[in-house]
Design a protein around this ligand. Sequence first.
Ligand SMILES: Nc1ncnc2c1ncn2[C@@H]1O[C@H](COP(=O)(O)OP(=O)(O)OP(=O)(O)O)[C@@H](O)[C@H]1O
Length: 613
Amino acid sequence: MNVQDEAVRTARISALKASRTLTCLFMASCTEAGGDHINSTAAFDGTTSSTTAQQDSALPVSSLMASLGLNEWLKYILLGFVVEIARRQLYNLEAWFTSFFFVTAEIPADDDCYDWLLVWLSKQPAIKNARKKIFSTSKDRRSLAILPEEGDHWCDAKSRRLFSLPSVFETYSLWYRHRLVRVRRVALPRPGYYDREAMELRVLAWGQELLNELLLEAKKDYLSSFEDKICVYVAIPSSSDWIPLATRPKRPIQSIILDSDIQDMVLEDVQEFMRSKAWYTDRGIPFRRGYLLHGSPGSGKTSLIHSIAGELGLNVFLISLSARGMDDTKLAELIAYLPERCITLMEDIDAAFLHGVSRDGVDGMVSTQAQSHSGGAPSPQGQAQAHAPAPTPNGDSDSDDYSGKVTLSGLLNALDGIGAQEGRILFATTNRYAALDPALCRPGRMDMHVEFRHASRRQGEELFKRFFMVGTNSSSAESARQGERQGFQAGNKDARVSRPEDPVSYSVSEASSSEVTLIDVDVAAEHWPAKQSSVGLPQLSAEEINDLAIRFAESIPEREVSMATLQGFLMMHKRSPVDAAYKVGAYVEDLLASSRPDIVSSGAVVSKVESRT
Ligand SMILES: Nc1ncnc2c1ncn2[C@@H]1O[C@H](COP(=O)(O)OP(=O)(O)OP(=O)(O)O)[C@@H](O)[C@H]1O
């Protein structure tokens, strides 16, 4: 035998020794509990030096089992089998019992129904008093629906609400209409993806009715929390998601003071659109409608959208094209994830493009002209340039500051491309109508253009009445207001609405311009001595307020100041309508003299409307 063979043999024997020692240790530790301790290590020890592999295999099996105490082991293994089989049978029995006696629903977390249930559950005593639950103050859409309750010290106007939610994987039992309901939040496995959160709801009942009733009750409960509110959602480009931003009380449409009842016209148009799905489908016309509100700042564009959302019970989904991280893909995704019934709002739609990004990659103003001749197709060169970092007003390329990378073609595709959402109601606002690309404004994208101008005298008068007549305890107040309103509607046609598909522009004639005579404020104070009051509203009748409103309207120049400016002025004199009526003239004169750009009328907007319609 050579040295190599000897080394192999030694290695084999060592390996065998080691494995036996391990086996003996394992067996000894396992059989110790049965009291049959076997010191097999010693037995093996005596043989290790002289035994070989062939001798080991010759050991009788029965004596090996006995020496290892395997008989005891078999008992335990069998017992384990029996316990496991019993457990499985019990599980099957429970599953059978549940499916037989309970109606079960699984509701994924991304479904609206999930929110209804979570809010409903958070109000159930079984959850409120549960020993294990989740406390939350998060500002998500559920929390927006949970109203403060009496004696709820957590829920003041400023602090976030504290509410309890069912804990994950915990099963809660509660009673609904004398029937047992079992609820738990579960994770539904999704192959190759994260688990999906869901709610498992089991109702002890034969039919579906009780479950349906529960869900309907939860839905009603949830929606009633928003009855007098609209919910505003904001787009988060980084996650292509929508998160609730706030709830806002509904604003009555009558509180928007516009000439010629534009607000009613727009509202009716939206209502008609919402009723006309079949009409659009029958004619193969994409079921979308866009409204472009343009004109002076502070003239009521946002307020009108707010009111319309409230009147129609729609939530508002706010998209900022120049938000950090927003690009064409995110925009398309965000628009695709919009719910079917909602208002999509793009405020200051010109803002993203005034950074210099446009379909042709040049300044939006210039491209407006170029585009009108190009027929609307994006050029590859233009697209490439449009993706490049936008130049800042001083001409630098500023990729850090300017984070929005939405191109015009990206926006156009999102609005009515192949992946565009059906049934969408889009409202866009701008103060720079002239800067918009005609392709963006064409029918199909923006179907109705509404121009907002600075306040007319009639608007000023109406604003004054609404401001001071609220709470006037006179039956004549409302009738006077009604009468005024009718006169206002019938007499004034100084507003413009245009529909691109309809070349006829609604409107236009100038409001009668009455002479403005400024009266000395001291004279006014003499005229209204008993009415001046520094605390609370003076007790004025509706007729007196009407007179002051006329006075107020006569003192402001036609179409020179915004409604927001007038409202701001009235706020300064909210306890003194007399002062407000007699001091407004001087106030406006001062403002105009200082030529603040936000209050000076712009004639350019008006001419653009005419050229476009
Ligand atoms: N036509 C109006 N009727 C009633 N209130 C108005 C009107 N216009 C403006 N206001 C008041 O002025 C304020 C500003 O109005 P709003 O934000 O709707 O103007 P806007 O046209 O959207 O302004 P911007 O273009 O600057 O966003 C609001 O508080 C609103 O109540």
